[in-house]
Design a protein around this ligand. Structure first.
Ligand code: NAP
Length: 309
């Protein structure tokens, strides 16, 4: 089968196409013929050798975390799927390999893809959806009427998170460059701040909840706008030796585990119309290098999806 793999860490040029053996599902696993794989900033961090867990990488290595495809074969003891079922999912934490034509995965970690959701759309909202659900519903427990600030609303996670927070009935404030303001209002943002020209700490205060997708200095400055008792969850790297700047607020690091329950919640939200598909850029698997050039700009709107089949 065709795969995009790396033999060393580096820039997008280290991604190369190769022919490798198709994996064989073991007990409890399914073999999935991949139709689409989405591109995440984490894929770039692994490619560069900077992400957590890269110490376990052995070359040649296939990157990529989330996918949509069709069940091709079953390992022993798999009863809930039959070959031909359309499924989508995310590989387990610490494991990768979706930039290719087929993968094996524990059947318990995937869900059936409804026909109404295209393979491109499914791959685009799976890791971003899981991350948003675990962060906003499970960890922050966002409530109707609360004021939430989402840093970095226009990206993959932000595009889902803004819609989820709007669906919950929160007042949604997000940060983005001007080119993305109409896009974010269309997803349900009540206020959009241009972080390039406006310091959010000067225009916001009394925020109940922050979902921080940017980290670094933005994370440290966020303490200034939280109300006493406020809550902040973060998923991007913090400044070296960062410490909470206040002890009257709660700071949380969501643990984005993979399971079918959350994938089915994504489907449910899509089917009730709470979640629309983010802005998508689709390109063939062979253009993974171009996709990485784009993701490395840190200014992709929505998601990039690689079409494998
Ligand atoms: N821990 C986990 O489980 C987990 C899971 C998923 C993602 N993540 C991490 O979460 C972060 C976000 O992921 P993602 O997939 O949403 O990334 P992404 O799609 O690459 O985000 C791109 C967006 O970031 C915005 N942006 C860049 N700098 C900004 C700033 N200073 N302030 C506000 N917005 C800014 C850009 O908006 P403009 O073009 O409008 O400026 C762009 O639309 C990444 O670091 C990723 O690795 C962690």
């Amino acid at each position: 089968m065709k795969a995009i793999l790396i033999d060393e860490f580096g820039g997008p040029e280290v991604l190369r196409i190769a022919d490798i053996a198709e994996p064989i599902p073991t007990s409890g696993e399914i073999l999935v013929e991949i139709h689409t794989a989405s591109v995440n900033p984490a894929d770039s961090k692994v490619r560069q050798g900077t992400g957590p867990g890269v110490g376990n990488v052995t070359f040649p290595y296939i990157i990529g975390r989330d996918f949509s495809g069709v069940v091709k074969a079953l390992g022993e003891n798999v009863t809930e799927f039959t070959p031909g079922d359309a499924v989508f999912g995310v590989l387990p934490m610490g494991s990768e390999g979706t930039y290719c034509e087929a993968l094996t995965i524990d059947a318990a970690l995937v869900a059936k893809k409804p026909d109404a959701l295209s393979h491109s759309a499914a791959a685009a909202i799976v890791l971003t959806g899981l991350t948003s659900l675990v962060s906003i519903e499970d960890t922050l427990e966002l409530q109707t009427g609360e004021k939430i600030l989402i840093h970095g609303g226009a990206g993959g996670v932000g595009s889902f998170a803004v819609q989820l927070a709007h669906h919950i009935g929160a007042h949604v404030i997000t940060t983005a460059s001007p080119v993305n303001h109409d896009y974010l209002q269309g997803l349900g943002a009540d206020e959009v701040i241009d972080y390039n020209s406006q310091d959010f700490t000067e225009v916001l205060s009394g925020i109940d909840v922050i979902f921080d997708l940017i980290g670094g200095d933005v994370h440290q400055r966020s303490f200034e706008v939280l109300k006493p008792g406020g809550r902040m969850a973060y998923i991007a790297p913090l400044l070296k030796d960062a410490t909470p700047a206040r002890d009257d607020v709660e700071i949380m690091r969501p643990n984005v585990q993979r399971d079918r329950k959350h994938l089915e919640r994504i489907v449910e939200l899509y089917e009730v119309g709470a979640i629309k598909i983010p802005s998508l850029q689709e390109m063939p698997l062979t253009e993974a290098g171009r996709a990485h050039d784009l993701i490395d700009t840190q200014h992709v709107r929505g998601k990039i999806v690689l079409q494998v089949k």
